[in-house]
Design a protein around this ligand. Structure first.
Ligand SMILES: *Cc1c(COP(=O)(O)O)cnc(C)c1O
Length: 323
């Protein structure tokens, strides 16, 4: 069976669906960051998106594209947090009931926020069970529609609208850095860059401990890894999707990795210098350019997507005060 990969037209349609619903988030710059890297950095602040991450874009776009019967059946998903909140909020806005399958060790703030948006939460053990199996079993019992966190055409298209806005706002870029979990944000961003800034090199950035994307990209097939341990809890996926990998293979230049220590340093930079809270996963792309995983020529125009800001304050305090 041949896969139908999403295209830029899908991103453009998602942008219409999201107009007036998702925030058009600001693009921030920092003289200090530019001085440190020798480049001109443009930070797309999806930490300031509704529910605190870009995932609102894909979640809303996916539910908005369901048929009336599907909406009546309700939506089911699995997530380590932000996709869950996105589906929960989008479901509430669109009047669709939502159920979320979440790891037992998901951050407290994410679980509470998801329930706060009115979703039903079901827990599973991420070291013992496969979340997709848990979801399928529940779907068979209830008839709900599964909207997965990344391997879904309308999710990818929605995520691509952040890079579309960035490129519309600042013009063409030489590089675009995007954090990588299952690849929805990276695939969508690459679709936008290919049309709006064709010469732009697009890089994905993963935690070093969970570099399944880098391994897959280099091997030319999806590689599965054991559950990684990293503070980048939004990028602990074990494998890329079929659709996301298809787009990434065609449109992405390479995949880089950064360490947890570099993520903490980057998180501190955002708090101290730019006065914004960015969650560990949200620091992946910035850490790559600020800590040398990607060396860029002087004056290069570099887009950096800050993917989210959902970190509970206790964890945030312990991250930024650790030596
Ligand atoms: C989900 C998420 C990611 C990873 O996105 P994918 O589309 O799965 O690659 C990165 N950062 C944050 C904050 C997220 O919530």
């Amino acid at each position: 069976m041949s896969l139908v990969l999403p295209t830029y037209d899908d991103v453009a349609r998602a942008a219409v669906t999201l107009k007036g619903v998702a925030h058009r988030t600001p693009v921030m710059t920092s003289d200090t960051a530019d001085r440190l890297t020798g480049a001109k950095l443009f930070f797309k602040c999806e930490n300031l998106q509704r529910m605190g991450a870009f995932k609102f874009r894909g979640g809303y776009n996916a539910i908005a594209n369901l048929s009336p019967e599907q909406r009546r059946a309700g939506v089911l998903t699995y997530s380590s947090g932000n996709h869950a909140q996105a589906i929960a909020l989008a479901g509430r806005l669109l009047g669709v009931a939502t159920t979320i399958i979440m790891p037992h060790d998901a951050p407290v703030a994410k679980k509470a926020a998801t329930e706060g948006y009115g979703a039903t939460v079901v827990s599973y053990d991420r070291y013992q069970e496969d979340r997709e199996d848990v979801a399928r079993a529940l779907q068979q019992k209830t008839g709900m529609v599964i909207i997965p966190p990344y391997d879904h055409l309308h999710v990818i298209a929605g995520q691509g609208t952040a890079a579309k806005e960035l490129l519309e706002d600042v013009g063409e870029l030489d590089y675009l850095l995007v954090c990588l979990g299952g690849g929805g944000l990276l695939a969508g961003s690459a679709l936008s860059a290919a049309v709006l800034s064709p010469k732009c090199k697009v890089y994905g950035v993963e935690p070093e401990a969970g570099n399944d994307g880098q391994q897959s990209f280099r091997k030319g097939e999806v590689v599965r890894i054991e559950p990684p341990r990293s503070i980048a809890d939004g990028a602990l996926t074990l494998y890329l999707g079929k659709l996301t990998f298809g787009v990434i293979q065609q449109k992405v230049t390479d995949i880089l990795t950064v360490t947890d220590t570099q993520l903490v340093d980057t998180m501190k930079f955002f708090g101290e210098r730019m006065k914004i809270i960015v969650e560990p996963t949200g620091c992946l792309a910035a850490a790559a350019v600020m800590h040398g995983a990607l060396a860029v020529p002087p004056g290069a125009r570099v887009g950096v997507i800050l993917s989210g800001g959902n970190v509970d304050l206790k964890s945030y305090a312990s991250f930024i005060t650790q030596a």
